[in-house]
Structures are given as structure tokens and as C-alpha cells.
Design a protein around this ligand. Sequence first.
Ligand code: NAI
Ligand code: MG
Length: 329
Amino acid sequence: MYNIAVIGGDGIGQEVMSSCEYLLDKLDLEFSFKYGKAGFECFNKIGTTLPKETIKIANKSDAVLFGASTSTPGQPSPIINLRKALNVYANIRPIKSYKGVNCICDDIDFVIVRENTEGLYSQVEYGDENKMIAERHITRHASERISKVAFNLCIKREEKKVTCVHKSNVLKKTDGVFKESFYKIAEEYPQIKTEDCYVDAMAMYLVTQPQNFDVIVSSNLFGDILSDEGAGLVGGLGLAPSGNIGDHNGLFEPVHGSAPDIAGKNIANPCSMILSASMMLDYLGEWDISNNIKHAVEKVMSDCKIRTPDLGGDSSTMDVTKAIVKELT
Ligand code: NAI
Ligand code: MG
């Protein structure tokens, strides 16, 4: 039996989480779900975007599922702080093209490994009304640790190359450390090809030659931006899952936010959340079931019949969820 912390959050976060639970209930596995609150609605009710109780539930779980949260003015981001609280330092974002879904090209299959605990997302900002400063923290420890995750993932995926993305020509000190750490760890993996690339050039290469990449490793903000770009390459945020992995826990969430523009309409694409749950099952060692879910999503996408409006269809969130469940073998 797996203890899973379930944090739906706001907007479509709640909707895609319901879909995900519906699917998990159909599997031949036992889960004990413990529910935690987080986000904007939570703040309006109890005055915090991330209650201590939620962190406690997450800490005690085997893995965490997170939907999405709407940002609350003047308050810290609950997901950034939850990732920090659980020390899930590696954000893994697979980018894959699906047959039947309009993509920039049909053989895209790479993964972005984003450092999750520091960089420009340290949330340390200060100044006065004329000048504001945001601190960009880059440590050797976190940079080496994230590079290791990238190389190990390259081996697990049976791929050839890891690409380090940075901007060390301008951010000489911080990204100097990031790049140096990458090449230091690379020495432990002589069988894997390495290269590094400036982030602005990478933004272009992802559009012009996305098939050339296997594993991309980057700092927090660059990884965040490139992974939304990656999602755009393969059909949008509705198909982009992610996992946040640490030494003691894993937190799985779609790349997208709470999408207020479509919330409450039962038209959110549940695939990103369902694929995140598949990543969770892979993390828990349930490889066959994890693959089964991925194949079911692939099948529903390639059939081109049942799909939500973001992919050009007119089906509902639950229609797509049920179609995926039907394909589970
Ligand atoms: P968003 O990801 O919520 O939406 C961007 C666009 O993609 C919207 O047009 C939306 O309708 C569409 N979209 C996203 N997910 C979709 C899905 N599953 N199916 C169909 N269409 C989908 O980003 P946005 O609009 O910038 O932010 C909305 C709120 O979410 C903000 O308050 C933002 O701070 C928050 N946010 C939260 C995140 C998290 O909790 N991890 C991540 C990103 C944003
Ligand atoms: Mg993002």
C-alpha cells in the first residue's frame, strides 16, 4: 500500500487531480490518499498558501501529487516552498511528441532536468522604490548534485548526450560555477557525450533541431522557461508532466498552472496530471503500470477522437480520463 499526499490546489489543479484519482482507483494497486490544502483559496480561508499540516502530510507520504495553485499577491509560492520543504531538488520534465497531436516535428523525445532549490527562484528580493534586487544563488553542491541526476537519467533512458544550458558569458560567476560543476561530474561518466550551450541559443535550437537533444540540465529559471517552450513544441501544457525528486521523497505535478481562463468548465486536459502520476509510479518502482498508463495516453492521442479543446477536440476532462482508463490493459 502506498501513502500518497494529494494536493489539488486551485482552478484546474482540482479538476485534473480528480481525473488522476479516478484513474489511480482503477489500477491494481492500493493507495491511501491523504489530502492537503495549498494555494490561493487556501490562503483566503486560513491565511497561508502552504499550511504546516500540508507539509507534514507530504513529508510522511511515499510520494506527493500536486495539481496547481493560483499565485497569491504578496505571498510566497506554495509549490516552490513545498519543493524546498521536501528537498526535492531535481525537477524532471520529459518532452515527448505524440502521434496524432500537432507537433513541430514528430520525433521529439528529450527531458529537461531543472535545478529546483536555488538560482533566481531563491525568492530573496529587496531594494527601494527606485531599485530592486533579486538574488541568484548558485552553489557547487547543488550544481554538482543536479548534474549527477542528469547523467544518471541519461543512463536510465539509454540515451547518449547531456547538454548543460547556462549563460556564463554574462553571469560569469554564478553560471561559471554551474558549468564547471557539470564538467566535473561529467568525468565520472566518460561513456556519455557532453556539450554546453547558452540559454538564448538553446531557446532557438529547441525550435530548429529539437531531435538533437537527449537530456538537458539547467538552473531553476532557465529550466522553467525552456520546459514551457518544450511543452509548446509537442502540443501544449496539457501534455507536459513533471516530477520533483529528492533523496527521500518525490512530488509529481503537471507543468501547467491553475489556468483560470478555463477553470470550472470541465475542459482541462487531464493528460499532464495523469502522465505525472505515471512518473510517480515509475518512481515507486511500479514500472509496468507506469508504462501501461503512458501507452494508454499515447493510444487515446493517436486515435484522434477523444480530446480536449486545447488539442482541437470538444471532449471533456472526464471523457478523456475515461478513454484513457478504457485503454489500460
Ligand atoms: P497556466 O499554465 O495556468 O495556463 C497557460 C495557458 O495554458 C492557459 O491558456 C491555459 O488555459 C492553458 N492550459 C494550461 N494547462 C492546461 C490544461 N491542462 N488543459 C488545457 N489548457 C491548459 O499559466 P498562467 O495562465 O500563466 O497562470 C495561471 C495561474 O497559475 C497563475 O496564478 C500562475 O501564477 C499559476 N501557476 C502555477 C503553477 C503551479 O502551481 N505549478 C505553474 C504555473 C503557473
Ligand atoms: Mg513554469
